[in-house]
Design a protein around this ligand. Structure first.
Ligand code: B12
Length: 244
């Protein structure tokens, strides 16, 4: 029996069967999606690799992995999934992401440095890990501070690594408040780094309410944003370009 099956409640299979969200008409992407939703850690690597024979890694990430997590979010929000199922689905998604990352490879020449983190008090790091994978694949050096990173550590990392861009991910209304604290501290110390903030809890209104902040809706925006930052585009110009 697959690990995920251990946690499947007697009524869950019925609810999943009734409410399944489809990944368009593509069978391979549907298999990837189902594996993440069902927490099928035993088969996700095989399904992702099968999908990668015909699809670009970006498509597998967007249409398979992220779409599956949207479905997991719905199941959680409706009280159908509890923590165990959600954790297994998240781990399955990460295993799939790793395969996509291998396929995308790492550019040899580094274009510039980006510091990424998930907000203090927040362990929801799937969005950040997608951002990391896309930035690396596009030739940026990623200083990955990880999840639940104290405000002080983020500020110190920016001083130490002098990145072209800083990113933050937050999924909770209680944790995203770390972003304006970071921005205020950086501004006070005269540091003008573009600070791209994303994650489910984070809104355009919130991020543009403090200096340096640029709202990132989709992980795929991270590489073009980093290219602009490396080219010296200011945070005000980046905000104009991406947030208006
Ligand atoms: C998966 C999940 C978990 C997993 C996290 C696993 C992991 N490694 O991340 C587990 C099970 C561990 C978990 C734990 C908890 N969770 Co939870 N979780 C979720 C769930 C179902 C999905 C979130 C997710 O991963 N989405 C998929 C990712 C890919 O989306 P994303 O991060 O937003 O990223 C996308 C964009 O935002 C963007 N993006 C993100 N970052 C960046 C950065 C840049 C630069 C750019 C450009 C773009 C970008 O790109 C991505 C898409 O391309 C949500 C439900 C929901 N409705 O969101 C709840 C949710 C976030 N969790 C919630 C809660 C309350 C908790 C717990 C406190 C539960 C508990 N009682 O213990 C704990 C948190 C503990 C803590 N201190 O953090 C609440 C938060 C409520 C709130 N608003 O404050 C939510 C909203 C559920 C709910 N409706 O109640 N959770």
């Amino acid at each position: 029996m697959a690990t995920a099956e251990v946690f499947v409640r007697y009524d869950l299979k019925k609810e999943l069967a009734e409410k399944k969200v489809a990944a368009g008409k593509d069978e391979l992407l549907q298999k990837v999606m189902d594996a993440v939703v069902n927490g099928d850690e035993d088969n996700i690597v095989a399904y992702v690799n099968e999908a990668l024979t015909v699809h670009d890694p970006l498509v597998v990430i967007r249409e398979g992995l992220v779409k599956a997590m949207d479905e997991v979010s719905r199941l959680w929000d409706e009280g159908i999934y509890y923590l165990p199922q959600t954790i297994i689905s998240s781990d399955t998604m990460l295993a799939g992401l790793e395969e996509c990352e291998k396929k995308m490879g790492h550019a040899v020449e580094k274009k510039g440095v980006v510091v990424t983190h998930t907000a203090e008090g927040d362990i929801h790091d799937l969005g950040q890990q997608i951002v990391n994978a896309l930035l690396r694949a596009n030739g940026f050096e990623v200083i990955d501070l990880g999840k639940d990173v104290p405000v002080d550590d983020v500020v110190n990392a920016v001083k130490q690594y002098k990145p072209a861009m800083l990113t933050g991910t937050a999924l909770m209304t209680t944790t995203m408040t770390a972003f304006n604290k970071i921005a205020n501290r950086l501004r006070r110390d005269g540091i003008e780094v573009p600070f791209v903030c994303g994650g489910g809890a984070v809104s355009l209104e919130y991020v543009t309410s403090f200096d340096l902040g640029i709202w990132g809706k989709e992980a795929q925006q991270a590489p073009p944003m980093a290219s602009d930052a490396v080219a010296g585009v200011s945070w005000t110009k980046m905000r104009e370009k991406y947030n208006s």
